[in-house]
Design a protein around this ligand. Structure first.
Ligand SMILES: [Mn+2]
Length: 370
């Protein structure tokens, strides 16, 4: 069996520009360390080829430290082949490390937009690939060609946008993959990967990102370990390497009338999901709550976040719980409530937020609290 490790969207040297300097440096370091841990895993598992399907770097230019670190790691694994296909973030354009640096002999970088291949005769394996040479690659690189080759296993390593015909990032169709006759298509570009899927003979997978960098990239990131025997994929499993993750959950706090009510519900949610210091958690608080109560998110966040890496609360509750009395209220309070209710229930998120704020302000004002 030939083992391949398929990774991508690593985004080394990401700026993490929203963070303080120290924190962003440590996050960059964490990314590099996780990549090296993935390589150590590949070595332990006797992986023969590591496929890096684009966006190894976050930009076309990479720091000298990072490039040196990679070259050292690649040359230390001289029995392993590495294939790199530049993506839209790390295109092989002027100034790119892919064009200016000399990578070790066991590394192949595809620096041309045209499909080409590298043969590993000792493995009877052909790896097809192409590289972005600019931020965009608007034509489909496969174009319905057959890529199968007699007596060899053929795989593709590429940064591509599957099933988005007008994509500016190497649009790839399921028909292209079905016609290719490839054994495996190792893709990069989609950071939250869907399940692997077969098109014709071709098992197609996205690696997803190696480490999530924000709430847009949830879960423990990782790579895909692929086992190939007699030209067929016999093993395809996702392996996590990230030590920390982002999670977004929705939590109903129906009937809450105080910060303590929300805090209890939140603590229960965190405990039942066993979230700890590895988790940055964003919670969308939802459900109808007491119209006379306005959540103080800062006061709730502090105690609830004690055992987490981070906690962020977003208030999407509606102040309409147990409000039959307001619905029937003949005074201006009832009129205000009835006027705002449709926007709170069926408006866009902005309309709902505005109506909620208006109701709270109005009720407070009518009670003389303002
Ligand atoms: Mn990417």
């Amino acid at each position: 069996m030939i083992k391949l490790l398929h990774c991508g969207d690593i985004h080394l040297d990401s700026p993490f520009s929203l963070l303080e300097r120290e924190e962003s440096l440590s996050r960059r370091d964490e990314l590099r360390r996780t990549f090296l841990e993935m390589l150590a895993f590949a070595q332990k598992e006797d992986v023969r080829v590591v496929l890096i399907a684009g966006d190894l770097f976050d930009h076309g230019f990479a720091t000298a430290d990072t490039v040196n670190l990679l070259c050292d790691a690649f040359s230390a694994m001289s029995d392993t082949y590495f294939v790199i296909t530049p993506g839209n973030h790390d295109a092989a354009s002027a100034g790119s490390a892919y064009l200016s640096e000399r990578f070790p002999a066991n590394v192949t970088v595809f620096t041309d937009e045209t499909l080409s291949y590298v043969d590993y005769d000792d493995l009877a394996l052909r790896v097809w690939g192409y590289g972005f040479t600019a931020e965009r690659l608007e034509k489909s690189p496969l174009m319905g060609q057959s890529l199968a080759v007699e007596g060899k296993t053929a795989v593709l390593c590429a940064h591509a946008d599957l099933g988005v015909p007008l994509s500016k990032y190497a649009p790839l169709s399921s028909a292209d993959l079905a016609a290719s006759g490839l054994c495996y298509a190792a893709l990069g570009h989609v950071h939250n990967p869907p399940e692997p899927k077969r098109f014709g003979k071709t098992l197609t997978a996205y690696s997803g990102c190696l480490v999530g960098r924000s709430y847009d990239e949830c879960g423990f990131g990782g790579a895909v370990l692929v086992g190939i025997e007699d030209g067929d994929v016999v093993e395809c499993k996702r392996v996590s390497f990230a030590h920390r993750r982002y999670i977004v959950d929705e939590l109903s706090v129906e009937g809450a009338a105080s910060d303590d009510d929300i805090l209890s519900a939140l603590n229960l949610h965190i405990a039942s999901a066993s979230y700890g210091e590895e988790t940055a958690l964003r919670v969308l608080l939802t459900g109808p709550i007491d119209p006379n109560y306005t959540p103080n998110l800062t006061a709730i966040t502090k105690p609830a976040s004690a055992n987490l890496w981070q906690l962020e609360l977003i208030d999407q509750t509606l102040p309409i719980w147990g409000s039959d009395y307001l619905e029937r209220d003949p005074s201006i309070r009832g009129a205000l409530y009835r006027t705002l209710l449709p926007a709170m229930q069926t408006g866009t998120p902005e309309e709902r937020a505005r109506a909620v704020a208006a109701l709270r302000l109005g009720l407070s004002a009518l009670e003389g609290k303002l």
